[in-house]
Write a protein that binds this ligand. Structure first.
Ligand SMILES: C[S@@+](CC[C@H](N)C(=O)[O-])C[C@H]1O[C@@H](n2cnc3c(N)ncnc32)[C@H](O)[C@@H]1O
Length: 197
């Protein structure tokens, strides 16, 4: 078995053993260890949450004083401690339910969106970045001053343009790849700390 495959299996097995719905859960866990995006009592909005690994981690990190909501196009099985909504993040009318659920601005917006991939990288990359811009429209309405965010990025020709766009909204940003993200995948994570608007 190649080392990469062994590592992939390692996270998949760990997710299975520890009751997480996706191996992606460990990406958020590792990002949080490095950047403390989410802490106890945080209100967290998870955009593109299915099957729910990040939502599960967000519930654990924010604890019983926190509030977590996950949104996805797909149905997500109930997660104790989280409010789940089936909806399209391209449709700004989902904001009503988000604002109603939290009742105040949130501490963190976490986005792990992937479009239905077509196999044409240029198209898939452009669509994924476009979903991130849609997330920022929601984020601008719900994230509190000094709040945090993270965006998955399919790395390609528009990545730096998105990075420059988001950089203007935060005190600090960093493009990173957590160990749980497969080396051969072209995804990166843009960690954004200290929202300034
Ligand atoms: C990689 S998965 C997220 C995995 C998740 N973070 C976890 O740990 O389980 C990406 C998700 O983005 C969702 N998605 C893609 N486009 C969307 C849209 N327009 N609105 C809502 N969700 C969307 C997909 O349905 C998919 O479930």
């Amino acid at each position: 078995m190649r080392l990469q495959d062994a590592r992939r299996d390692y996270y998949r097995n760990l997710a299975h053993e520890q009751g997480f719905r996706s191996r992606s859960a460990y990406k958020l866990k590792e990002l949080n260890q490095s950047y403390r995006l989410i802490g106890p009592g945080f209100y967290v909005l998870d955009l593109g949450c299915a099957p729910g690994g990040w939502t599960q981690i967000a519930v654990k990190l924010s604890g019983n004083k926190g509030k977590v909501m996950g949104v996805d196009l797909s149905y997500v099985e109930e997660i104790s401690g989280a409010h789940l909504m089936r909806g399209n993040i391209e449709d700004e009318s989902i904001l009503d339910e988000i604002l109603e659920y939290f009742g105040r601005k949130v501490n963190a917006v976490i986005c792990d969106l992937s479009p239905q991939v077509s196999g044409n990288w240029t198209v898939d990359h452009a669509k994924q970045i476009s979903l991130n811009y849609d997330c920022t429209k929601i984020m601008d309405k719900v994230l509190m001053h000094k709040g945090n965010a993270v965006f998955k990025i399919f790395d390609g020709q528009y990545s730096m343009e998105f990075r420059d766009f988001i950089k203007k909204k935060f005190a600090r940003i960093n493009l990173t790849k957590p160990p749980a993200s497969r080396k051969q995948s072209s995804e990166l994570y843009c960690v954004c700390l200290g929202y300034t608007g």
